[in-house]
Design a protein. Structure first.
Length: 522
């Protein structure tokens, strides 16, 4: 495709000396001659470090200018400009196609620049000036102090918070994150760890998630079951002797997996932790398609769920408990069971002298008022208050009180946690998950407080029952009710399951029922 771009862009007609295009061309030629003559391997350490720092600073300036140029061209190539559109004049269907041809970049990169430019670049659509939505990011990009990666993280965070928090809070977050990304010391960062040090994008992303978790907990870690992210696990078709595996896991399951991986790695080597792999690329913006994985059997019309085995053995019969999970979500829950059971196995190696334990941290005031989110060490994303309460119900909690300077003033014992002997007694009574139709055995189950701990429910045998993770996770929303009568659990099912709404004895261990006397002995 041939574009009728301005002569300066094609180089067919020399630009007048002193024009912007001529100066940019001269600067490029000078830089090219310097770089062409640089033998990087011959530099000493100090020179190599200084050269790379200088090139990165220059690159940020150029990237910022390229972003502004792309945004400007995108405005000029808007199809709603009719015959005046650069896209129309050059036979292109839209601005993305025009930019990819003009700049020699992918449509994905063009969309990336245009999306970022809409919020961090001053524009003039239809000749009317429109200031950047995020002026602090815009100024840092112009100065070359902020890179595009960091700008995307900050802009994405602010956009996610837009309309959910006060504008003053949004401005505060913008200034704080830009300061962290550039190493500037501002009123927003004074006194914070790392103030004055430039945060790399990976660290900046974690900090941005923390801001989101504090200001919009339901947006980053929703408590509503209908919008909560769910783990999935899917197998693909055999390819070169291997079955491809695609899994998406929640932050909580990632924390469980990391803890067990770290435990085994520390027992067998000096590796300090399980290093994550590179993230998979998501779908291109605007395509509306999921990332492709070659050979996934979920794409097979004859096998839309990619079902390889019956997961009901582990998760209960969906006809009884209203289980609406997909096959992939059931497999992910099974994977969770496997990891939790392995962590409880006495043969599992210890780490630091203790069994592998996922540590969830939350502010005591947030916990008391039922707000905010929890955090797992080593995991960027927060977990919901609902998950925090479930974890405390199943595994207990420990109070740690900090002073104003961050020193630990008090370290309490673990509370609200069923002991090993209590678990053994409850397992002997219940055998497994007490929800009718569920076949999860005791070793895969968690102990649930019938009267919740936050309502002063005691941690004793008469207030604890076995539930599988799925039923424990959904017990407040799935319609099942549990009560204790004379130390034995009773259940009442959802209206669909039991229209009479009758309380019934829960599952009991098979050994609790004596065998009948043989007739020849009667």
């Amino acid at each position: 495709m041939t574009l009728t771009a301005p002569p300066a862009a094609t180089g067919s007609v020399p630009e007048p000396e002193g024009s912007r295009v001529w100066v940019i061309g001269q600067a490029g030629a000078l830089l090219g001659s310097v770089l062409d003559g640089t033998r990087f391997g011959h530099l000493d350490d100090a020179e190599a470090v200084a050269v790379m720092a200088a090139l990165e600073e220059l690159g940020r300036k150029v990237d910022g200018a390229r972003l502004r140029a792309t945004t400007d061209i995108g405005v000029r190539a808007e199809t709603d400009r009719g015959n005046g559109s650069l896209a129309f004049q050059n036979g292109c269907r839209n601005r993305v196609e025009f930019i990819t041809q003009l700049a020699g970049i992918s449509s994905r990169e063009a969309k990336r620049r245009l999306k970022l430019g809409e919020t961090v670049v001053d524009r003039t659509p239809m000749g009317l000036p429109v200031p950047a939505r995020y002026p602090v990011i815009a100024a840092a990009l112009v100065s070359g102090n902020l890179g595009l990666e960091a700008a995307e993280i900050i802009a994405g965070t602010l956009t996610a918070l837009h309309g959910k928090v006060l504008q003053d809070d949004l401005d505060h977050v913008e200034r704080a994150l830009v300061a962290s990304a550039t190493g500037a010391i501002t009123p927003e960062t004074v006194g914070l760890p790392g103030a004055g040090i430039r945060f790399a994008p990976d660290l900046l992303r974690a900090q941005a998630l923390e801001w989101q978790g504090r200001l919009d907990p339901d947006g980053t870690a929703p408590n509503d079951d209908t919008v909560e992210a769910k783990s999935t696990l899917t197998f693909g078709l055999l390819h070169h002797g291997l079955y491809p595996l695609r899994a998406d896991v929640t932050p909580e399951l990632r924390g469980i997996m990391d803890t067990l991986f770290d435990t085994y790695l520390s027992a067998r080597s000096r590796t300090p932790r399980f290093e994550p792999t590179e993230p998979l690329d998501g779908p291109e913006s605007g395509t509306g398609t999921e990332p492709e994985l070659d050979g996934l059997d979920s794409a097979d019309p004859a096998n839309p769920d990619g079902e390889r085995f019956s997961a009901d053995r582990f998760t209960g019969d969906a006809r009884y408990d209203g289980d609406s999970r997909t096959a992939g979500e059931k497999r992910a829950d099974i994977l969770r069971f496997v990891f939790e059971a392995a962590a409880r196995d006495p043969k599992t190696p210890t780490m630091g002298g203790a069994a592998p334990t996922v540590m969830i941290h939350i502010n005591a005031t947030d916990l008391q008022h039922g707000r905010g989110v929890g955090w797992i060490d080593g995991i960027e994303a927060p977990i919901s208050m609902r998950r925090v309460k479930e974890a405390i119900c199943a595994g207990g909690a420990q109070h740690i009180i900090f002073g104003t300077t961050g020193t630990i003033l008090y370290l309490g014992d673990t509370v609200r946690c069923f002991t090993t002997k209590q678990r053994t007694a409850i397992a002997a009574r219940d055998e497994g998950c007490i929800i009718p139709g569920c076949t999860i055995p005791a070793r895969w189950s968690e102990i649930h407080h019938v009267i919740p701990w936050h309502k002063h429910g005691p941690t004793n045998i008469d207030n604890g029952v076995l539930l599988c993770w799925f039923h424990h996770h959904t017990i407040t929303t799935n319609g099942w009710n549990i009560r204790m009568i004379d130390g034995r659990p009773q259940v009442r099912g959802p209206l669909l399951w039991d229209p009479t709404q009758t309380w019934r004895p829960a599952r009991s261990h098979r050994a609790n029922t004596p065998s009948p006397e043989p007739p020849w002995r009667t």
